[in-house]
Design a protein around this ligand. Structure first.
Ligand SMILES: [Zn+2]
Length: 408
């Protein structure tokens, strides 16, 4: 369990003015894998400004003040910054915060720095919120007309305001190609290597882990797509954990045109083998739901949130496009592998209730590239040449989908 240490500090003393620490009752073991800091948001209220560091899993953090220039920093431990946030800076819509920036301080610490105009700041507080875990920095300016909201351990902090974040970590219009600005074609692809960190995914009989295989295949695929002139963003580039539901959020923030989640399957029947692709849909098929349950296992989503989720699914107008993309990726993957290997089995394209496909605003597909539970397919997945052919098959599928848009 956590021991929250909510602090409210008053600025004024020299150099290190105040500091606070949030420690877990049981410190994480040194070998614990890092968790991903996947978002930084800021809001400006009439009476205060709020910075939210989205982490997703419980982590220790500390904060302190420094002078010259005046600033508050928050360090999150056992954490890695999603590469898309590295070095990002945000300008708050108020005169007492000059800039908020985020960076990987060292291999296991992420630091957020809020540079302030000290003369205009009355006080600040740093505290955790839970489910999902996040660290909040509230900054209260001097001389506000209304009394600033106060937060005590007995009273929950004010709800995060409804308004849009001041600045989201997303590329500027300048970063978009002309084709993309005109709404034409596919320019930016998010590749999502499944699992990672403490979640290995499926594990083969000889010990091969899904998280490692799919990362290698994704890296191969990225190389191919980049060579074709596409922008590629990976939800993870190393062995770190990212909550399932955050992966499409990354794709939305990056305004991706396609989202491809890459997985390797497992089945209790070790004879079962072959390639499948999925798009988001309800499924009455228990076998499909079994695969979805495997892939959803690490999700923190709860049944109570189902209503909200259903709404998102209904609102998702990309189901037909996703199905189309799934067919093209699956078809090309099977065709490509069959040219180089025997006994490549096609298990088809299906709709399934996969958390990682919910909420994406672009065509979104999950590919099961083979079965790790099958001895021969585990052997193949171990070899760089098979991984390369898998990447080539998915690549051909994405290209076919792009060409089909051109014809339309
Ligand atoms: Zn998986």
């Amino acid at each position: 369990m956590a021991r929250p240490n909510r602090t409210a500090n008053r600025l004024g003393a020299p150099l290190i003015l105040a500091s606070s620490v949030f420690l877990l009752a049981a410190p994480p073991p040194p070998a614990q894998s890092t968790v991903e800091v996947y978002n930084l948001r800021s809001y400006t209220h009439p009476t205060y400004a709020r910075v939210v560091i989205d982490i997703g899993k419980l982590r220790e953090f500390s904060s302190a003040e420094l002078k010259d220039p005046d600033r508050i920093y928050v360090d999150v431990y056992q954490a890695r910054l999603n590469p898309i946030l590295q070095g990002k800076t945000y300008v708050a819509r108020c005169d007492y915060i000059k800039e908020v920036r985020i960076a990987q301080k060292n291999s296991t610490t992420v630091r957020v720095v809020a540079e302030l105009d000290l003369a205009k700041v009355e006080r600040y507080q740093v505290f955790p919120l839970f489910d999902p875990f996040r660290v909040v920095l509230d900054i209260f300016p001097k001389e506000t007309a209304a009394a600033p909201p106060t937060v005590t351990p007995d009273k929950p902090p004010p709800a995060e305001p409804e308004e849009k974040p001041v600045k989201l970590p997303e590329p500027t219009a300048d970063g978009y190609s002309m084709a993309r600005q005109l709404g034409l074609g596919i320019q930016r692809v998010v590749l999502d290597p499944g699992h990672g960190g403490e979640d290995p995914g499926a594990i083969g009989k000889k010990g091969l882990k899904e998280k490692d295989v799919v990362l290698a295949v994704s890296a191969e695929l990225r190389t191919l797509l980049v060579a074709k002139g596409l922008e590629v963003i990976m939800t993870r580039e190393s062995d770190i954990s990212i909550p399932l539901e955050n992966r499409p959020v990354i794709a939305n923030q990056q305004k991706a045109d396609l989202f491809v989640s890459i997985h390797a399957n497992a089945n209790r029947n070790r004879k079962k083998r072959g390639v499948m692709a999925f798009y988001l849909n309800f499924s009455p098929d228990p076998q499909i739901n079994e695969i979805a349950a495997l892939e959803n296992a690490t999700s923190t989503k709860r049944i109570g949130e189902m209503q909200d989720t259903l709404k998102k699914i209904v609102q998702n107008s990309k189901i037909l496009e996703s199905r189309d993309l799934a067919y093209k990726i699956h078809g090309n993957l099977v065709k490509w592998l069959s040219q180089h290997y025997t006994e490549v089995e096609s298990l088809g394209v299906r709709g399934g209730p996969f958390w990682v496909l919910i909420g994406g605003e672009m065509p979104s597909v999950l590919v099961e590239i083979s079965h790790l539970s099958n001895a021969q397919e585990e052997e193949r997945l171990k070899s760089p040449s098979y991984r390369k052919q898998v990447a080539l098959g998915i690549y051909e599928g994405i290209l076919e989908y792009m060409r089909s848009l051109g014809k339309g």
